[in-house]
Design a protein around this ligand. Structure first.
Ligand code: SAH
Length: 393
């Protein structure tokens, strides 16, 4: 089975970018099944890559390898080993027992995400290619980690673009019967792999949660979009005078409250507010509330660049309100995890928010996703989480 590209459309593959869009394809030889491995050739007949075919997606194939090597169980074993070796090199286990083992394209395994929560692996398969190899990958992951339980959370909406139905449940070993306790930088969290967001926890924010701990002492803090309280716990552990945690999800907030007790953090300095942050921020503004540290970690407003404009308005709105709610010398820690909004655009949006709020502010730090969510230099799309630490003048 082969894909032959249109003349001149091989340049991104020569730069080792792993996506082949439908518009770049001249013809397909044979009738590959979804997820089947195909050889990719230039119009001139040059071998370019070996890729997983995905008939339903605009990204018609995703590259497994740019070399002329077999794509088989041994190939996947090598890729998994390489990903595990990178995590070992980073000494991630010195700060946590919960981290990302496989970060899809950036670990040479398009469509595959694997997170580890203590002794449980959670797998997310997002493309036809990872789906076709799922049973093999599941076995290899257990063999290479020495663990016995693998749970699947392939219920992300993007699977529909690949023509795949949602799938969730135990893949290997029994399903977890209780929440999993993880430790991150000395704080304990409960993770619900079956019902939590993504695979259960926002592992990508680990270093940024730790950073917030060092900025919180004596400050009145607002944790916007708090989920189960990652930034909240760190602010309190860092000596915050008070923290208000806001989220729209009652389940997430219940865990947040629980996490305070679990970590013996002072509940008398903590307030939980269930609601829509867009409304809550306006209410605070109307009531004249002020804060010294505001964290904004919203969900993905723009999964792709098609939604960028609407998302930009939403980001600007919350950041503008946050600038208004900050006291002079107050700190804004603001994030975007939208693939459709890059770091430069996000900075422009935050700058426009400060301008419209009538405040001077400085960027003092750029924040990024955790090191166990690497970005292949050939695949800049892998850099999805960006954050700014700003000080209001
Ligand atoms: N900072 C968190 C992760 C935040 S994820 C951590 O470190 O763990 C984004 C959160 O935003 C989710 O918990 C989701 O429930 C919440 N959310 C989404 N839309 C919202 C809205 N309009 N108002 C308040 N919370 C919202």
């Amino acid at each position: 089975m082969r894909i032959v590209l249109k003349p001149g459309r091989e340049s991104s593959l020569l730069r080792r970018h792993p996506w082949i869009f439908s518009g770049a394809i001249q013809r397909i030889e044979g009738q590959p099944a979804p997820g089947q491995t195909v050889d990719v050739f230039s119009a001139e007949g040059q071998f370019l890559a070996r890729a997983a075919y995905s008939p339903h997606s605009q990204i018609r194939a995703r590259v497994w390898t740019f070399d002329d090597e077999p794509v088989d169980a041994q190939f996947f074993r090598n890729r998994i080993r390489a990903a595990l070796a990178r995590r070992a090199l980073l000494r991630i286990e010195s700060s946590t027992n919960a981290y990302r083992l496989i970060h899809a394209e950036s670990d040479g395994l398009p469509g595959l995400i694997v997170d580890r929560y203590a002794d449980l692996l959670v797998l997310q398969s997002l493309t036809a290619g990872s789906e076709a190899w799922k049973p093999t990958l599941a076995d290899l992951l257990l063999e290479e980690t020495g663990l016995a339980r693998l749970y699947e959370r392939s219920d992300a909406e993007v699977r529909a673009l690949e023509g795949l139905p949602p799938a969730a449940g135990p893949l290997r070993g029994p399903a977890p019967t209780a929440l999993i306790t993880i430790i991150e930088h000395g704080l304990r969290y409960l993770v619900d792999p079956a019902h939590g967001h993504k695979t259960g926890f926002y592992l990508d924010q680990r270093p940024n949660r730790a950073r917030v701990r060092t900025l919180a002492e004596g400050r009145e803090v607002l944790d916007g979009f708090c989920y189960t309280g990652g930034f909240t716990l760190n602010a309190l552990a860092g000596g915050a005078a008070s923290v208000i945690s806001v989220d729209a999800s009652a389940d997430a907030l219940a865990l947040c409250r629980h996490h305070l007790a679990l970590n013996r953090l002072p509940a008398d300095r903590h307030t939980i507010l269930e609601g829509n942050l867009f409304h809550v921020l306006r209410k605070f503004r109307d009531q004249g509330c002020q804060f010294d540290l505001i964290i904004l970690d919203p969900p993905k407003f723009a999964p792709t660049s098609a939604q960028a404009e609407r998302a930009a308005r939403a980001y600007k709105d919350i950041n503008l309100l946050a600038f208004k709610l900050l006291r002079p010398d107050g700190i804004l820690v603001t994030f975007s995890c939208s693939g459709g909004i890059d770091a430069a655009l996000f900075q422009k949006i935050v700058a426009a928010a400060a301008l419209d709020a009538g405040v001077d502010a400085q960027i003092v730090e750029h924040l990024f996703q955790a090191a166990d969510h690497p970005v292949s230099l050939a695949f800049p799309e892998g850099a999805y989480l960006k954050g700014l630490v700003c000080i209001k003048g």
